[in-house]
Write a protein that binds this ligand. Sequence first.
Ligand SMILES: NC(=O)c1ccc[n+]([C@@H]2O[C@H](COP(=O)([O-])OP(=O)(O)OC[C@H]3O[C@@H](n4cnc5c(N)ncnc54)[C@H](OP(=O)(O)O)[C@@H]3O)[C@@H](O)[C@H]2O)c1
Length: 321
Amino acid sequence: MSWSCADIPDQSGRVALVTGASGGLGLVTARELAVRGAHVVLACRSVERGRAVAGRIGGSTEVVRLDLASLKSVRRAAAEVRDRHVRLDLLVNNAGVMFPVDGRTADGFEAHLGVNHLGHFALTGLLLGLMSQVPGSRVVTVGSLAHRAGFGGVGADRARSGSGRRSVTAYGRSKLANLLFARELQRRLGAAGAATVSLAAHPGLSPTGLWHGDAPAVLRPVVAAGMRWLAQPPQAAALPSLRAATDPELPGGAYLGPARRFGSRGAPVPARSSRAACDAAAQGRLWELSEELTGVRYAFVPAPVPAEPAVGVCPVTGARG
Ligand SMILES: NC(=O)c1ccc[n+]([C@@H]2O[C@H](COP(=O)([O-])OP(=O)(O)OC[C@H]3O[C@@H](n4cnc5c(N)ncnc54)[C@H](OP(=O)(O)O)[C@@H]3O)[C@@H](O)[C@H]2O)c1
C-alpha cells in the first residue's frame, strides 16, 4: 500500500527538530510536521532563511541557528534547545552537503563527514537527554543511495583529510557513516532500555540545492541525465523521512527509501543497504571515533518504569483489589 502525507498521524503536542530546514527536503519535512500539529524547531545555518521558511509554512515553529560545520555552533544550538524545551519527540538529522566550497569544517574535519555525520552525531548526543524518557520519541537520520560509494569505510585519517571536497567517495563515506550511526544508536538505545528509537531514511534522487555544489565537471552530464529519468520532486522525496518519523508501525532500526527505479523514486518502503552499512564492528568503531573527534559522550537513560496501578484496600474486609 502506498504511503503519503495523508497517512501522517496527528502530531499535536509533539516537539520536532529538523536540521537543514531552510530548503529542499528539510523544508518539506518541517512543513508537513507543522501542518500535522507538531511544534517544529527549524535548525538552520542562516536564521534569516529559517525565519523566511517559518513565515511560509505557518503552524507552530521557531528557528535555532545551527552550523553543523562548527562543533561550537552545535553545542550552542543544543544548549538553546535544552533551555527552551523540556522534551523533544523527534529529531530529524536531515541537513547535508555534497561537493561543498570549503573542504574542511571549522574543527578541521573533512567537510562531508564533518557536516553530514560528525555534526549530527554531536547534536544527537547533546539532545538525547530531552528524548530518552519521552515515549515514542525518535531520531531519524537521512542517508543516501550513495552510501554504497563509501568505499574503504570511515577512519581517523580520512576524517581529517583535506582532499574530499569534490569526491563522490567522500560524500558516500559520510552517508555510510549516517547509516552506521543510526544502527549503532538503535543498538545502544535498546540496550539501555531508552524510550527513544533510531531509524534511517533515504530520499532517492531529487533536484534540490544539494546538486548545486561544486561537482566535478565529468559528473554534471551524468547527473543531468539521471535527474530526468530517476528523480522525484522534494515533496515526494521527503516521504521516507516523514514515514520514518511518524509511522507508529515501524520498529527502531528500520531504514526506508523509495520503492521504484533502483530506489530513486516512488512511495516510501523498507529499503536495502550495503553490507558495509550492516557491519556491527564498523558501527562500533565509528561510534568510538565520533566520540573521540567531537568530544561528545552519550549518556543513555532508561525509560521510566510505569507506575504500579494503585491498589485499594477495602476498609471493611482488608482485601486488596
Ligand atoms: N536531493 C537528493 O537527491 C538527495 C539524495 C540522497 C540523499 N540526500 C540527503 O538529503 C538530505 C537533505 O538534502 P537536500 O536534498 O534537501 O539538499 P539541500 O536542498 O541542499 O538542503 C540541505 C540543507 O542542509 C543545510 N546545511 C548545509 N550545510 C549545513 C551546515 N553546515 N549546517 C547546518 N545546515 C546545513 C542547508 O542549509 P543552507 O540553506 O544554509 O544551505 C539546507 O537547508 C541530505 O542529508 C542529503 O545528503 C539528498
